[in-house]
Design a protein around this ligand. Structure first.
Ligand code: SAH
Length: 456
């Protein structure tokens, strides 16, 4: 290990940066967030540095005029585009015992610049010891995306909680135990979700030694491709103690769950309701009441043909805190990955999502409303009823040559797209072994598939 990460009190450090170009500007950009004591030494400045000088944010001198001793007490950054000049600056700095950083020359530098994630007061510095700036940037972006922007609020909340716990409990072991309970409770997430009052209620219960509620996350897992998860979904998935998931959630997405999480499959395949709906609703509430962080992971979007509403109704009735995270619904995911825009100025000005689930052999849909021209029809759960549905659409006046697409396992590597017409779709089903999940799209937009298809 060649580098020791330490945090310096920023208003005590003063910098002199040599260079007036892009590299110097990059260093200034990093430092200016922390200190006002920045002087740039260069005969010329690029326009961005010039603008900072004009605003009084940094000082500028054109040259040291052989007065190198002025460097004493400063940290020096050599960021000119001339390696020899940088070396000269470094030797002045060393002679005067000033810490120096030379751009692109870590082996002669006393300090280097990390990539920073700033969630004031929380600060994360990432370094690869200057060996791979591209990797450092990559990691910074990954972590930055995964960390909530409300960490400053959480820092404030926990700082005030710390003061209150310190004033009430002398015993440091007791304090440590309280913090363990608090940080694994729903408190952090409630603060991150902007629900400070609910978070405070949990803290009060924990401090009073009472049981406390956990929280339920109702999260949309999207149609299958894990990269279609939202950042929030990934963050919450990783935090759950208990997970209840459906058949539609792909195994690759389950990989994101904490390896210690308790996993429960609650079915949802047609005629395979592993656990009845009312029981699922109750299980979510019961586990949250044990203080657990519960993840209800559902395919697509929980509020689109997902019964998400029913599951959180019970939680609302029983005052269990919950959050809902939308997911990319099958209509969006499958249409994108099949190259079938759901609306298009030339073909469709509206789109309608319906369920094709058959009850007593009939889909029981408002057929005359579905045959509007310039409207795309997306049918969820319609695979077994597709012959019936296409016949009804034709019987109610939709043209028999209306294009129709079946998208099987959309967005997954196994995705298959079948296109046909209303008249012929029954043959397509009969001649291919198409399996669930399959989404049906009806309308002129399906004509675009041939040209716009990109995923296979
Ligand atoms: N809440 C989900 C829909 C649940 S209903 C959502 O928003 O997507 C289940 C139906 O969704 C399936 O019968 C199928 O029609 C459709 N579906 C879900 N994922 C799919 C996928 N990857 N490919 C094709 N259809 C899918």
């Amino acid at each position: 290990m060649n580098w020791l990460p330490l945090l310096h009190r920023s208003n005590d450090v003063k910098f002199i940066i040599f260079g007036g170009g892009q590299v110097a500007h990059r260093k200034v950009q990093t430092l200016i967030k922390f200190t006002e004591a920045i002087t740039v030494v260069s005969p010329e400045l690029d326009s961005r540095l010039q603008a900072l000088v004009s605003k009084g944010r940094i000082q500028h001198i054109q040259s040291l005029a052989q007065q190198e001793h002025v460097l004493v007490g400063y940290r020096i950054v050599a960021a000119t585009d001339n390696a020899k000049v940088n070396q000269q600056i470094a030797s002045w700095a060393k002679a005067l015992s000033c810490p120096v950083s030379i751009a692109d020359d870590p082996s002669h530098s006393d300090f280097i610049f990390p990539a920073i994630i700033d969630r004031n007061p929380v600060m994360i510095a990432i370094s690869s010891a200057s060996e791979s700036p591209a990797l450092t940037r990559y990691l910074r972006n990954q972590l930055d995306a995964a960390l909530s922007s409300r960490i400053p609020q959480l820092a404030q909340f926990t700082a005030s909680l710390r003061r209150s716990i310190r004033s009430r409990f002398d015993d440091s072991k007791k304090r440590q135990q309280l913090w363990r309970t608090l940080m694994s409770s729903a408190m952090p997430n409630l603060v991150l979700a902007g629900k400070e009052d609910q978070a405070q209620a949990i803290c009060d219960d924990v401090i009073a030694g009472k049981g406390h509620n956990g929280e339920v996350f109702l999260v949309g897992a999207g149609p299958g491709d894990p990269e279609l998860l939202t950042l929030k979904a990934v963050r919450l998935i990783q935090q759950a103690d208990v997970v209840f998931y459906d058949r539609l959630v792909s195994p690759a997405i389950l990989e994101y769950c904490n390896s210690k999480a308790e996993m429960h499959y609650v079915g949802k395949a047609k005629s395979d309701h592993a656990v009845p709906q009312t029981e699922i609703n109750q299980l979510l509430a019961d586990h949250a009441k044990m203080g657990k962080t519960v993840l209800r992971l559902k395919g697509g979007d929980p509020f689109i043909f997902g019964r998400g509403g029913e599951e959180i109704e019970l939680l609302a009735d029983q005052q269990v805190p919950f959050q809902v995270v939308p997911g990319i619904t099958a209509a969006s995911g499958c249409s994108s990955y099949a190259g079938i825009p759901l609306t298009h100025r030339d073909y469709a000005q509206s789109v309608r999502f319906v369920t094709g689930h058959l009850k007593d052999g009939s889909a029981n849909l408002p057929w005359s409303e579905l045959i509007h021209p310039q409207q795309t029809l997306v049918i969820y759960m319609g695979l077994t009823g597709i012959s019936h549905i296409s016949q009804e659409l034709m019987a109610h006046g939709m043209s028999s040559d209306t294009p129709i697409a079946l998208i099987e396992k959309g967005t997954l590597p196994e995705q298959k797209v079948y296109t046909s017409t209303l008249a012929d779709i029954s043959d397509v089903i009969a001649n291919n072994s198409i399996s669930a999940p399959t989404l049906t799209i009806v309308g002129d937009v399906v004509r675009l598939h041939k040209k716009l298809s990109w995923y296979s």
